[in-house]
Write a protein that binds this ligand. Structure first.
Ligand SMILES: NC(=O)C1=CN([C@@H]2O[C@H](COP(=O)(O)OP(=O)(O)OC[C@H]3O[C@@H](n4cnc5c(N)ncnc54)[C@H](O)[C@@H]3O)[C@@H](O)[C@H]2O)C=CC1
Ligand SMILES: O=C(O)C(=O)COP(=O)(O)O
Length: 336
């Protein structure tokens, strides 16, 4: 069919989601995320599907042309999408909130357990034939310690529930919006200000979106408030944490360990100050890369992109459909 919607993919994804998109339109996969390739390839698209990489700004939206109706975000963070520019142009943005919350929360506990028990050091001892060094690195238990959860949304709440139910932890959270009482109760969680979370927590874990209010939230000052034996975890976005300040705190013995799935720059440079240290655990933005989470993200985004393309309201809009629709009707030359 000549007039099938054109779905421009900036990434591949789980086959269950791909199948839905192939039913909804003509799927075109970009051969690379090179800017010039994207600007050329996106022309004439009705939909764009993105994951974490490849900036979707006003220029790219304009390069798509007047048919573009929807940007589908496989995943949660939309810091690489200019949402106001999309709204202004009458383009819906849909995402998959909650699709990866268990995957990321479990990843947080992998870091918490691994760093508390000195896994990097102990595994190196074993690998290097120093088995009897087993007593050299005194770990610690998580049971009944205090966790400070910064950002108590989908991921933060699962972290809170696990901390409470599995480790009997004291759960403090900091969020700009108070959680409903039943949500707080499910995690035995108490809302505190940012400084209190930093001052009192044995584990501080970051679950905020990257925006102007959260960029550099964990800086030298924040680190100086934390306990010297605290463990800091960052699975949200690299720029939320000042990595150099973390390296300095670790060097000065003012932080027990750092676990991160995200970096200020991705991929990080080879001479990154944290890579290779025994007091950190780092993964390559892989917290959401589990079977269940990948299937959720792919099928949920494909479902919403398909809905929008056939004129149905999306289930998980990120921008306001009414504003989008009003702006769209005012745009000259738009299609559909
Ligand atoms: N490593 C990975 O693969 C993944 C990373 N992420 C990142 O983690 C972030 C959080 O994910 P979700 O919990 O699913 O998002 P969410 O949107 O459900 O929760 C974010 C929470 O942060 C709060 N918040 C916003 N600004 C704040 C501030 N200045 N101080 C305190 N709280 C603030 C919000 O009110 C909200 O409750 C995402 O935005 C994304 O960037 C999410 C999933 C996977
Ligand atoms: O959901 C997010 O924000 C993530 O960072 C992971 O998303 P991805 O697997 O890159 O689509």
């Amino acid at each position: 069919m000549a007039d099938r919607p054109r779905i421009f993919m900036m990434t591949t994804m789980h086959e269950d989601g791909m199948r839905l998109l192939h039913e909804a339109g003509e799927v075109v996969m970009t051969p690379s995320l090179d800017r010039a390739v994207l600007l050329e390839g996106v022309a004439g698209a009705d939909a764009i599907v993105t994951r974490t990489y490849g900036t979707i700004d006003a220029e790219l939206l304009d390069a798509a042309g007047p048919r573009l109706r929807v940007v589908g975000r496989h995943g949660v963070g939309v810091d690489h999408v200019d949402v106001p520019a999309a709204t202004e142009r009458g383009i819906l943005v849909v995402s998959t909130p909650g699709a990866n919350k268990e995957a990321v929360a479990e990843h947080v506990f992998a870091f918490m357990i691994g760093l508390s028990k000195h896994f990097p050091l102990q595994m190196a001892s074993l690998r290097e034939g120093r088995f009897m060094d087993r007593t050299k690195h005194m770990g610690r238990d998580i049971f009944e310690k205090t966790i400070g959860i910064v950002g108590f949304g989908n991921v933060g709440r699962v972290v809170g529930r696990i901390a409470h139910a599995a480790f009997s932890m004291r759960v403090l959270y900091n969020d700009i919006v108070p959680a409903p009482e039943d949500v707080e109760n499910a995690a035995g969680a108490l809302r505190v200000d940012f400084e209190t979370a930093l001052l009192e927590a044995d584990y501080v874990t970051m679950h905020v979106p990257l925006d102007e209010g959260t960029r550099g939230m964990i800086d030298r000052r924040a680190l100086s408030l934390m306990r010297p034996d605290a463990i800091l975890i960052n699975t949200c976005r690299g720029p939320v944490v000042d990595e150099r300040a973390v390296a300095e705190a670790l060097d000065a013995g003012k932080l027990w360990g750092y676990g991160a799935d995200v970096f200020a720059e991705e991929p990080p440079p080879a001479d990154h100050p944290l890579i290779g240290r025994p007091d950190v655990m780092l993964t390559p933005h892989s917290a959401a890369q589990t079977v269940e989470s990948l299937r959720n993200m792919a099928t949920w985004v494909a479902e919403d992109v398909s809905r929008v393309l056939r004129g149905d309201p999306p289930l998980r809009p990120y921008n306001d459909p009414e504003t989008v629709s009003a702006n769209r009707s005012r745009r000259p030359g738009v299609v559909g």
